[in-house]
Design a protein around this ligand. Structure first.
Ligand SMILES: *[C@@H]1O[C@H](CO)[C@@H](O)[C@H](O)[C@H]1NC(C)=O
Ligand SMILES: *[C@@H]1O[C@H](CO)[C@@H](O)[C@H](O)[C@H]1NC(C)=O
Ligand SMILES: *[C@@H]1O[C@H](CO)[C@@H](O)[C@H](O)[C@H]1NC(C)=O
Ligand SMILES: *[C@@H]1O[C@H](CO)[C@@H](O)[C@H](O)[C@H]1NC(C)=O
Ligand SMILES: *[C@@H]1O[C@H](CO)[C@@H](O)[C@H](O)[C@H]1NC(C)=O
Ligand SMILES: *[C@@H]1O[C@H](CO)[C@@H](O)[C@H](O)[C@H]1NC(C)=O
Length: 447
C-alpha cells in the first residue's frame, strides 16, 4: 500500500464523527485495527544512550536523551526506541510524536521507588486536584502530552511499576502528592499500546485523558488483589477508544470509564464517548471488573462492551455516581459476559464517592439512562443486583435481557432496587418490581 493511501486511511479514520451513535461504538475496534503499524525507518537502542540494564543503574536521563534525540525524526517517518532484554530502572520520562517504544521479550522497564525521581505536576483541569489527596500529582512513569502517532509495544516485554511502596504510602497517609500512573496520554491521538505485560502499577496502569483514537490490545495488567485502589485501564474524557484481547487483574477496578470530577469536570465538559471493549478477562478484586464513574462529570455515552469474562471481583459491572456530579451516563450496551465468583453482579449506586472539595453544587444531578445488559450469565454470585438510583433523579431505561445468574447457596435477597426503572426479559433470578415496569408509563408519570 502506498504512503498516500495509508495517510488517506488515517485521515478518514480521524473523521469519524465524535458523537456517532452507539452502533458506531461497536465498530471502533475494527476501525482502529485496520490502521497498520507503521514501521519506523530509524531505530536506536536505549543502550546507545548509556543506559545499563542491571536493575540498579538509574536510566531516566538515558530515556529522556533518547526521546529528545528521536524528536528530530518526527518529520522523517518517525523512529523506534528499542529496549533490549535486561532490567532498566528509571524515573518518569516523556514520549514524543511518531515514536514507537519497543520493549523486547525479556526486557523489563522498572519504575524507581524513590519519589525524588518523579516530578510533581499540576492536577488535571477536569479533576481540580489529585485523586488520592488535594494538590499536585506525580507525573506518570511513561507519559505523552499533546502527541500523535505513538506506539508502545513489544514482544511481551514488561513494565513493572513496583507499586508496593506507593500502596504503603497511600495506606499510611505518607504520600506527598497523588500516586503516579504507569502510562498516561494527555490530549493525544492515534495511540497504540499492545503486546506488553504491566505489573504493579502504583495507581492506574493506563490512563487516556482528553485523547482519541486509542487502541489498547493484547496487554496483561496485573497487581495483587490487595493493592489499594489500583485500576487497570481508564478511558477518561476520551473518544474512539478500543480495549481488546486483554487480561486485567487488579486490586480495585479492572476497566473504569471516567470523565472528570464534580464542578471541575462540569466546567471542563469533556465526555468519554465511543468506547469499544471486547474479548477481555477481568478481575477487580475489591472494586468492579467494569465500572462507569464515579467521576463522570463530563458525561459518558455510546459505550459497547462485548464478550467479557469477569471473575473474583467484589462487583461485576458497576455504575457509580452521586449528587454534585451533574452530567450523564447513557447509551451503554453490555453483552455476552460471563461471570464467576462475584459479590454483586450488577451495581448501580447514586450515592457513591466523595467530592474534590466543598465547592461542588449539590443540585447538579447526574442522569443515568439507556443502559442495556444482554446475554449475561454468572455462577457463584452473591447478590444479583444492588440498584440504587437518586431520589430526585431516578435511573431510567435500564434494560436487562437474557440474564441468568446462579447464586451462592445461602443468598436470598437477589435484587435490591430503589429509584431505578426499567424493563427485563428472561432474567433469572426474577428481578425487582422496578425492572418490570412499563417504561412509557414511567416517562408519562415523570412529565
Ligand atoms: C506481539 O507479540 C507476539 C508474540 O507474543 C509476536 O509474535 C508479534 O509479532 C508481536 N507484535 C508486535 C506488533 O510486536
Ligand atoms: C507475557 O509475560 C508474562 C509475564 O512474564 C507472562 O505471564 C505471560 O504469559 C506472557 N504472555 C505471552 C502471550 O507470552
Ligand atoms: C483479537 O483476538 C481475535 C481472536 O483471537 C483475533 O482474531 C484478532 O486479530 C485480535 N486482534 C487484535 C488487534 O489483537
Ligand atoms: C454506595 O456507595 C457508598 C460509598 O461507597 C456506600 O457507602 C453505600 O453503601 C453504597 N450504597 C449501596 C446501596 O450499596
Ligand atoms: C443467552 O445468553 C447466553 C450466554 O449467556 C447464550 O449462550 C444464549 O444463547 C442466549 N440466549 C438467547 C436466546 O439469546
Ligand atoms: C445473545 O446471544 C445470542 C446467541 O449466542 C446471539 O445470537 C445474540 O446476537 C446475542 N446478543 C447480543 C446483543 O450480542
Amino acid at each position: 500500500m502506498s504512503v498516500a493511501i495509508i495517510i488517506l486511511i488515517l485521515t478518514l479514520t480521524s473523521l469519524i464523527p465524535i458523537y456517532a451513535n452507539i452502533h458506531g461504538a461497536g465498530k471502533i475496534c475494527d476501525e482502529l485495527g485496520r490502521r497498520s503499524l507503521s514501521t519506523r525507518p530509524h531505530s536506536v537502542s536505549i543502550s546507545e544512550f548509556g543506559a545499563v540494564g542491571d536493575g540498579k543503574t538509574l536510566n531516566t536521563i538515558a530515556f529522556q536523551n533518547a526521546v529528545f534525540y528521536l524528536m528530530s525524526f518526527a518529520d522523517k517517518g518517525g523512529a523506534q526506541l528499542y529496549v533490549p532484554p535486561g532490567k532498566w530502572l528509571t524515573g518518569s520520562f516523556s514520549l514524543t510524536s511518531h515514536l514507537t517504544l519497543f520493549i523486547e521479550n525479556g526486557a523489563v522497564i522498572v519504575a524507581s521507588q524513590d519519589p525524588a525521581h518523579w516530578e510533581g505536576v499540576d492536577p488535571l483541569p477536569s479533576y481540580g486536584r489529585g485523586i488520592d489527596l488535594p494538590g499536585k500529582r506525580y507525573k506518570s512513569l511513561i507519559n505523552g502530552n499533546m502527541l500523535h502517532d505513538v506506539v508502545v509495544t513489544g514482544d511481551n516485554g514488561t513494565i513493572d511499576g513496583q507499586g508496593l511502596v506507593w500502596w504503603d504510602r497511600l495506606t499510611s497517609h505518607s504520600l506527598k502528592h497523588s500516586r503516579p500512573h504507569l502510562i498516561e496520554f494527555i490530549s493525544s491521538e492515534n495511540i497504540i499500546v499492545s503486546n506488553l505485560t504491566f505489573l504493579n502499577a502504583p495507581s492506574y496502569t493506563i490512563h487516556s485523558i482528553y485523547s482519541s483514537h486509542v487502541h489498547i490490545h493484547k496487554i496483561l495488567a496485573h497487581s495483587s488483589p490487595e493493592s489499594p485502589y489500583t485500576i487497570g485501564i481508564v478511558p477518561d474524557s476520551s473518544y474512539n477508544v478500543c480495549i481488546q484481547n486483554s487480561t486485567i487483574n487488579v486490586g480495585y477496578d479492572a476497566i473504569a470509564l471516567k470523565s472528570g470530577w464534580d464542578e471541575y469536570g462540569i466546567a471542563y465538559s469533556r465526555p468519554t464517548v465511543n468506547v469499544h471493549i471486547r474479548n477481555v478477562y477481568l478481575r477487580g478484586a475489591y472494586g468492579s471488573s467494569i465500572s462507569f464513574g464515579s467521576e463522570m462529570s463530563g458525561g459518558i455515552s455510546n459505550i459497547v462492551v462485548d464478550n467479557g469474562h469477569i471473575h473474583n471481583s467484589l462487583s461485576g459491572i458497576a455504575f457509580r455516581t452521586t449528587k454534585g456530579r451533574g452530567s450523564y451516563m447513557k447509551e451503554i450496551d453490555i453483552s455476552n459476559i460471563d461471570m464467576s465468583r462475584i459479590g454483586t453482579a450488577i451495581v448501580a449506586n447514586g450515592s457513591f464517592g466523595s467530592h474534590p472539595d466543598d465547592k461542588y453544587d449539590a443540585n447538579a444531578l447526574p442522569l443515568v439512562s439507556h443502559i442495556r445488559l444482554n446475554n449475561i450469565s454468572g455462577v457463584n454470585i452473591g447478590v444479583a443486583g444492588k440498584l440504587f438510583g437518586i431520589q430526585e433523579s431516578p435511573f431510567s431505561s435500564l434494560v436487562l435481557s437474557n440474564v441468568s445468574l446462579s447464586m451462592n447457596s445461602g443468598s436470598t435477597d437477589s435484587w435490591q432496587c430503589d429509584y431505578v426503572y426499567g424493563s427485563s426479559e428472561s432474567v433469572i433470578p426474577e428481578p425487582c418490581p422496578e425492572l418490570r415496569r412499563d417504561e412509557d408509563a414511567y416517562s408519562r408519570a415523570s412529565v
